[in-house]
Design a protein around this ligand. Sequence first.
Ligand SMILES: Nc1ncnc2c1ncn2[C@@H]1O[C@H](COP(=O)(O)OP(=O)(O)OP(=O)(O)O)[C@@H](O)[C@H]1O
Ligand SMILES: [Mg+2]
Length: 599
Amino acid sequence: MKPRTDEIVSVVREEIARYRRRLAAGGAAGFASGPIAETIRREVASYRAALETAHVGRVLEVGDGIAQIYGLSEAMAGELLEFDNGEMGQVFNLADNSVGAVIYGSCEDIKAGDTVRRTGRLLDVPVGEELLGRVVDPLGRPLDGGPAIAAGKRRPVETPAPGIADRQPVNEPLQTGLKAIDAMTPIGRGQRELIIGDRKTGKTAIAVDAIINQTGGDVICIYVAIGQKESTVAGVVETLRAHGAMEHTIVVSAASSAAAPLQYVAPYAGCAIGEHFMHEQGRAVLVVYDDLSKQAAAYREVSLLLRRPPGREAYPGDVFYLHSRLLERACKLADRYVIVPADTPADRSDVAPGQKVYVGPAGRREAQADAAKMTPAGGWRVHRLPTSGGSLTALPICETQEGEVSAYIPTNLISITDGQIYLEPSLFFAGVRPAINVGISVSRVGYKAAVGAMKKAAAGLRIDLAAYRELAAYTQVSMTVDAATQRQLDRGQRLVRLLTQPQYSPMHVVDQAISLYAATRGYFDMVAVEKVPAHEAALLRFVREQHAPLRAAMMDDLLLPGEREKELRAALADFRDKTLVPAVAAAKAPPARGGGEGP
Ligand SMILES: Nc1ncnc2c1ncn2[C@@H]1O[C@H](COP(=O)(O)OP(=O)(O)OP(=O)(O)O)[C@@H](O)[C@H]1O
Ligand SMILES: [Mg+2]
């Protein structure tokens, strides 16, 4: 509260008027200063009680995105601060006489002596549908030249991860459209799968393909670019736009030119934007963090500048927590149920105040028991809230140096995530793209969520590839091999060729299953390795045109039960006889002399 000077002035005026009146009346009484002194004392006392300097501090020193501030004795850790020039900052260090803050923006026109105001808020970002198709910075300010985000809602950038009771196991697949991943390291909704590899091994390409594959689906995608070149980010946005994928995508970018604090906070902001769709709308969200090694470096920079003690590789001691608290926020939320009158529409999502909400499978059983006891009997049903059961799938990316997966940040990330896709430069340069090293790539939870048709089709794939790799290494030194070994080598070469997939051409999981079923059952063994992609395309066309009911049935339930598997086998035999055998015969026949149809 400010001292009310007008109050003091009015008391003084009153006393003077009273004194004059007394003088005019011929009285001899002196001037009564008591009431004036009393008022001043009271006002000063009330001014002290609400000292405003508790909310405004002064910059002691500033530079490199960091400010030391004096006078914010009541500031809280993580509190948002506002500088004179409008830039926002956040309290990081609480020291005895000062606070250390990071500045989210340029610190060029912040000087020592400038005032800094506490806001009493935590850092938050705008969230909601308004962000779809937009490119924003970690504070939700547009970077795409478009209008400011007019989102009605905001969400704190850092929130605790959902607890165990609020989650359910991963049980739905998230299709990336890449055969090598969907078949061998399938990803489930709510899973965290690390994409790890050296520079320029196609890490971003996998994430971009996964986002493109969600076009027309129900998944909202968020691409968080950290410490990348602006031109690279612009390229990704352009690619997504060209493939119609920006409609369901939000890009959060803190490019390499952005201040280190912005790069540090970008993944949390992207996660918060995704969480809104998961928590409030029950949607499935895919968040790509590209990449977290750069975020860790930005955090190291901030920490060193704030004079926090450096640990291994100069990273601060809490760098594990930096990533664990981010990736723990990825999850599949439990379904929630309420008991409603039997005629309630299925899309009702509001919960009456005081109404009991049942969580998870146990909650559902309890709700069913409760509903059965209610009167009138049959007048009630257990209703799954459509806003529950959302998921947030995380695809963090990590860059390694010289394939060193045992470095500090990579080992941290590997231990936090539910599996990793390891990309190898030697494979990449040999033309195997995506350059996935099948041996050390794993998905620890996605198998349970994979679709039935794919599980069946890819059953022997990993073993075949492992056997192939072993034999291929051996036959490099020995020239002669027996027939059985040669068969395995042939199979392996064709599988590797089949799993090679060009960029921006994600495949539907049913098509993937059909072509992998054919390859693992040896249908492509008779054709030349370099012809495999052409024959694969021919096979898919053949099934689509000649066996449409089979494909439609697979599309419908994504399964391959015994009867249908027989049907698929018949279709493949049909394809072999009608297309593959003639093609192989034509390739083996000596070139016709003269005539022919040209090259
Ligand atoms: N499946 C693929 N087929 C053909 N080319 C590919 C494939 N995947 C990636 N590439 C190419 O490889 C190059 C590197 O890919 P990308 O930028 O995704 O790698 P990165 O690991 O993300 O690189 P950085 O370390 O710079 O982030 C790009 O030119 C990309 O077009
Ligand atoms: Mg990249």
